[in-house]
Design a protein around this ligand. Structure first.
Ligand SMILES: Cc1ncc(COP(=O)(O)O)c(C=O)c1O
Length: 422
């Protein structure tokens, strides 16, 4: 495949028109190729007008009335219903609130409470650190053991001691994905609860929580959902669990007033709201919720172009092209592709490891206008968001990476200086 083939591929791409949803004109004009939508999605154009509307009119004129008249109070549920369509959940099953870390704490606490008499939380060693940190502290507090194993050893550790198996569907490091249905089924057979972190899956690939029989899920609003920096995250619980919580009057660990059955009764004692609503804690960040909804809408806009299946098809084509170009053009440069080649085993990113020099190479590449990121000890990460990443971007990104290596410009000492965010 050459550059002209990539241009032709873009011309044939059914998702190509959806790129116009994003405010990329200035990014394109600056010659920047953005391959980091797995960390922070691109700004949807609609978010600019929507933020203005919320600030100038809903807040500026509507003031406190807008909680009702503009529907601010129902925004979590409304956006949750939209996200549900992307991940195989039902309406009314998702709460949008807080961060993924906080929601994971809530989900873990609930899963442990619903599965008493067991002593372990099981996870995988390279799971995202926040997931492991939250589980570590909760395990300590509850007198449980957090057991971290290598991926191939998960199944053999599923026994009657495991209360919860907690995994991230698509690895932030390698992009490897689990077979959600198979792992969930193994967890259920062992009597364990299954929690999925969908941070790198929601909006990136089809997910079927109900089909897999999962128990809980959490996920991120600012990555493939394009919700903006620090956008609220989401939490999902299977309705069989929320129904049980309703029957038993189960109190969530963060029992804030907006998760109360009647927040505006201002009662002195907590009584949980029914369903997923109990996982709401305090007042939502309305401005941020507005941009999140715009972001989720950019993904839903693919509905008549194949939806998540169409997104997945293009995602696999982009990642496959990237890997083939890296193989072809960067052979002998010390790179190892650590993302699985098998399409059913990778998400929407490609990670390439480079011993010792990965950080400096990524900084030099960013200076050449290709934005990816670096994860220690040695991983250069490239995310592909089919809504706005073009085939020609993939070609040009690898071309620039080849130039960075050929010119050895990454050896400039300034590229070795670690920034606060890598
Ligand atoms: C798998 C995973 N979980 C959670 C998070 C972040 O959680 P939070 O939104 O609480 O910062 C990330 C961020 O990159 C992630 O990759």
């Amino acid at each position: 495949m050459n550059r002209a083939d990539c241009v032709n591929e873009d011309a044939r791409d059914p998702l190509a028109p959806l790129r116009a949803q994003f405010a990329l004109d200035r990014v394109d004009a600056a010659g920047v190729i953005y391959l980091d939508g797995n960390s922070l999605g691109v700004l949807p154009k609609s978010a600019i007008a929507r933020t203005r509307e919320v600030v100038e009119n809903e807040w500026g004129v509507g003031l406190i009335r807008s909680w009702t008249t503009a529907g601010w109070i129902d925004r979590s549920q409304r956006i949750g219903d939209k996200i549900a369509r992307l991940i195989g959940a039902g309406p009314g099953e998702i709460a949008v609130a807080d961060s993924t870390s906080v929601n994971l704490f809530k989900a873990l606490t609930a899963a442990i409470a619903l599965n008493p008499g067991r002593s372990r939380i099981l996870s995988e060693k390279t799971n995202f650190p926040t997931d492991l940190y939250i589980a570590e502290t909760l395990a300590r507090e509850r007198g449980l053991e957090l057991v971290l194993v290598d991926q191939p050893d998960i199944a053999s550790h599923l026994d009657d001691r495991v209360a919860v198996l907690m995994l991230t569907h698509a690895s932030y490091r390698t992009g490897r994905i689990y077979d959600m249905a198979a792992i969930t089924s193994a967890a259920k057979s062992a009597g364990a609860m299954m929690i999925w972190d969908l941070a790198h899956s929601a909006g990136a690939l089809p997910v079927d929580l109900h089909g897999a029989g999962a128990d809980f899920a959490v996920g991120c609003g600012y990555k493939y959902l394009n919700g903006g920096p620090g956008a609220a995250a989401f939490i999902w619980a299977h309705p069989r669990h929320t129904a049980r919580m309703d029957r038993e009057g189960w109190r969530p660990p963060l029992s804030g007033w907006l998760g109360h059955a009647q927040p505006f009764a201002f009662a002195s004692h907590y009584e949980p709201a029914n369903g997923i609503q109990r996982f709401i804690c305090g007042t939502p960040a309305v401005l941020s919720m507005a941009t999140l909804e715009c972001g989720v809408d950019t993904v839903l806009a693919a509905a008549d172009r194949g939806g998540m299946t169409g997104i997945r098809k293009k995602s696999l084509a982009l990642t496959d092209l990237f890997m083939r170009l890296v193989d072809g053009r960067l052979a002998g440069r010390g790179f190892t592709i650590v993302t699985p080649r098998e399409p059913d085993q990778r998400g929407s990113q490609v990670s390439i490891a480079h011993p010792d020099d990965g950080y400096a190479i990524m900084q030099a590449l960013i200076a050449r206008g290709v934005i990816g990121d670096f994860r220690p000890p040695d991983i250069l990460r490239f995310g592909f968001t089919p809504l706005y990443t073009r085939f020609v971007d993939v070609w040009d990104a690898v071309d620039r990476l080849a130039s960075v290596l050929h010119s050895a410009e990454w050896r400039d000492p300034k590229y070795a200086v670690r920034a606060a965010v890598t």
